[in-house]
Ligand binder design. Structure first.
Ligand code: 13P
Length: 250
């Protein structure tokens, strides 16, 4: 079974509700007949109701950039999985490098969040990737294996089926420096082999591994035509309907 690609927009901390609505109104007609790939938008929590309502009954899914691992509680400033589901979100990013870098998320926290998402039937996109110093020191494979092993602790092959991984080398995020298709595909092979070791070959063969890090309209095809690359997680170039559409339709 070929893996259906997922093209996802991580809007990070951008857009007001009016800007988000304007994006969706412009974007939906451009991709209305696009069935080759899945499409998902990841706006800030305050934009979720607006974006979910605008995307209702379309081919565009909506998710959160982050969730808390607890079902509810005294966690000021956080969003629970139940809150996400109640407003119609179906997906969530977990462990984005900006969460790891600025909000001290560890592999252990990522693992707890992954358990929570799976328990509640929300599609998790687990983000992993090495920083520049790790790549330059030849540590990329080790870092990726540690992140996958940590994220997947206690996850069974049956439970793992919905999981999507996003490989986002930190040195390529927001820098305009994209990993070459070959560098990305090599990393994806390392990740898939590790998933196979943990969860078995069939689960690994079916798991989608997205690439993220300066994906733009002019490099999307070269990346996405790699057999190992099952979609993209796009930051900057996902903020404008035209450029995100060009990536979706690579
Ligand atoms: P850029 O596409 O802006 O490099 O961001 C990538 C990213 O972090 C997506 O999650």
């Amino acid at each position: 079974m070929p893996r259906k690609a997922l093209i996802a927009a991580n809007w990070k901390m951008y857009k007001t509700p009016a800007e988000a609505k304007a994006f969706v109104d412009a974007f939906l007609p451009l991709v209305a007949s696009h069935t080759r790939d899945e499409i998902a938008l990841f706006p800030s929590p305050v934009l979720l109701p607006t974006v979910v309502a605008a995307c209702k009954s379309t081919n565009v899914a909506v998710g959160a950039q982050n969730i808390h691992f607890a079902e509810e509680g005294a966690y000021t400033g956080e969003t629970s999985i139940g809150q996400l589901k109640a407003v119609g979100g179906t997906h969530t990013l977990i462990g984005h490098s900006e969460r790891r870098q600025y909000f001290a998320e560890t592999d252990e926290i990522v693992n707890k969040k992954l358990h929570t998402a799976l328990k509640h039937g929300v599609v998790p996109i687990v983000c992993i990737g090495e920083v520049l110093e790790e790549r330059e020191a030849g540590k990329t494979a080790g870092v990726l294996k540690t992140q996958v092993t940590g994220a997947f602790a206690g996850i069974t092959p049956e439970a793992a089926v919905p999981i999507v991984i996003a490989y986002e080398p930190v040195w390529a995020i927001g820098t305009g420096k994209t990993a070459t298709p070959e560098i990305a595909a090599d990393a994806h092979r390392i990740i898939r082999a590790e998933v196979a070791k943990l969860l078995g070959a069939p689960v690994a063969a079916a798991m989608r591994i997205l690439y993220g890090g300066s994906v733009k309209p002019d490099n999307a095809a070269a990346l996405l035509n790699q057999e190992e690359i099952d979609g993209a997680l796009v930051g900057g170039a996902s903020l404008k309907p035209d450029s995100f559409t060009a990536i979706v339709k690579y």
